[in-house]
Design a protein around this ligand. Sequence first.
Ligand SMILES: NC(=O)c1ccc[n+]([C@@H]2O[C@H](COP(=O)([O-])OP(=O)(O)OC[C@H]3O[C@@H](n4cnc5c(N)ncnc54)[C@H](O)[C@@H]3O)[C@@H](O)[C@H]2O)c1
Length: 285
Amino acid sequence: MMILDRNENKEVVVLLGAGSMGTAIVRRIAAGKKILLGDISEKALERVSHEFTYGGYDVETQIVDACDEQSIRAFAEKAASLGPVMYYIHTAGASPSQASPEHIIKLDLIGTSYAIDAFGEVMARGGAGLIVSSQTGYMPHALTAEDEEALAMTPTAQLASLPCLDGSKTPNPGAAYIVSKRVNQLRVRTAAATTWADRGARINTISPGIIVTPLAYDEFNAPGNTYQNMIDCSAVRRAGTSDEIAAAGAFLLGPDAGFITGTDLLIDGGVIASLKSGRFNLHVR
Ligand SMILES: NC(=O)c1ccc[n+]([C@@H]2O[C@H](COP(=O)([O-])OP(=O)(O)OC[C@H]3O[C@@H](n4cnc5c(N)ncnc54)[C@H](O)[C@@H]3O)[C@@H](O)[C@H]2O)c1
């Protein structure tokens, strides 16, 4: 069998959540590197690794449950065993139409925090992380400033015990999703100044608006006209694509963003501007 790449000890690009946006980001940055893909779905891993392999990329896979600390830690160990971990991309998540509030908190909030912790222990100096949050992180929620401080700073193992996560402020999947995505931004800000800074690695979030992916299609089919209203009230008057997120992701992960860490890039076609200026009302039906 022909050997397509004779290089050893290549930089490692890790993706947890082998879905639409994650794979689009990886495709932009991973030529000549080693890719490690993690996902809970064996089928998704098979399909995506086949596409990458036949596209000329060097890829390995591991089943990971992004809700489970041990599973995430095993994934980080596997990544470190492959070579210098230079890139970590986190897109494992469930949207409001796909899961209960409890599951969204477990996956999108607490699991993501565990991943930020675990990869903060294995990143190579000069490496970069990207956590995909959401425009919903900018939407109205029930958290106070004190709640946000606690959610930013509390060790991950104790997050579930915080009174603000007892369910009273996240009574439905939408509220749980908004809070989780806000917390992604807060945890990244803290990690950028502490664990990731100590390793000489950068970490940022991207907060996408409506991006056409299978996950978004589940939302389009939800009752109500919210998504149509968001598109109609936005400056660009259309949904976005995974490739547009990938272009920004590649920038934030790459050398041109070497001075950028602990920040969030909102990429929403103007939906949040429209909401904040009163042109769009979230409760319009
Ligand atoms: N598509 C949008 O409009 C949109 C907008 C804003 C934010 N987001 C966020 O972006 C991220 C990626 O979304 P996408 O649209 O590319 O979705 P996607 O459904 O294409 O990808 C998500 C991936 O996460 C995996 N996953 C789900 N649960 C998991 C678990 N427990 N462990 C490991 N993997 C798991 C799924 O199998 C899937 O491959 C999500 O966090 C989503 O909330 C999406």
